[in-house]
Ligand binder design. Structure first.
Ligand SMILES: [Zn+2]
Length: 169
């Protein structure tokens, strides 16, 4: 499966698209191809087409990518890289910890929830981090869509390539 990078008209990152969608965008004249991949596809009438690696939209799309990621357990784990916010482990099943416990009026928000391994969650119980003498490795924040897309690029292992293009803000 070959994926192409799709950029907005201002060169900001939009998404990864598969090669079929990429070719459709080329055919419809929606994109300029900035770089081609090494892959070729044979079309229906014997036509041979090279698959793009990086494409840029011709028309700027007012981006939804600066908007907020909706709150969910899954999205907390993605933001925290599936690592415990207290001890940093990635082992075992991750739970969600309310920093200020729910029983004390702590909200279910990105600012008050973090990924937490089971041992840390059990240890902390219904105490605040100070009371439990457990310290967060970072300050939890509300992520944006573009941040999530960036995380996805890292997981795909093409983050370096992306940086080489100098396209990260
Ligand atoms: Zn932990």
């Amino acid at each position: 499966m070959s994926h192409c990078i799709l950029l907005n008209a201002d060169y900001s990152f939009m998404n990864m698209v598969d090669w079929r969608r990429a070719l459709r965008l080329v055919v419809k004249n929606k994109v300029t191809v900035l770089r081609y991949s090494e892959r070729w596809i044979k079309g229906a009438e014997g036509l041979v087409v090279r698959i793009p690696a990086v494409m840029k939209l011709i028309k700027l799309i007012r981006s939804v990518y600066r908007s907020r990621v909706p709150f969910s357990k899954r999205n907390i784990l993605v933001r925290d890289g599936f690592a415990c916010a207290y001890c940093g482990t990635r082992n075992g099943k991750m739970t969600i910890d309310h920093i200020i416990p729910r029983s004390r009026g702590g909200a279910s928000t990105f600012e008050n929830c973090v990924a937490c391994c089971r041992p840390c969650n059990t240890r902390k119980g219904s105490r605040t981090p100070n009371e439990a003498r457990m310290y967060l490795r970072g300050r939890p924040h509300q992520p944006t869509i573009s941040e999530f897309l960036r995380l996805r690029l890292q997981r795909l292992g093409i983050h370096d390539f992306w940086e080489q293009l100098g396209l990260f803000e």
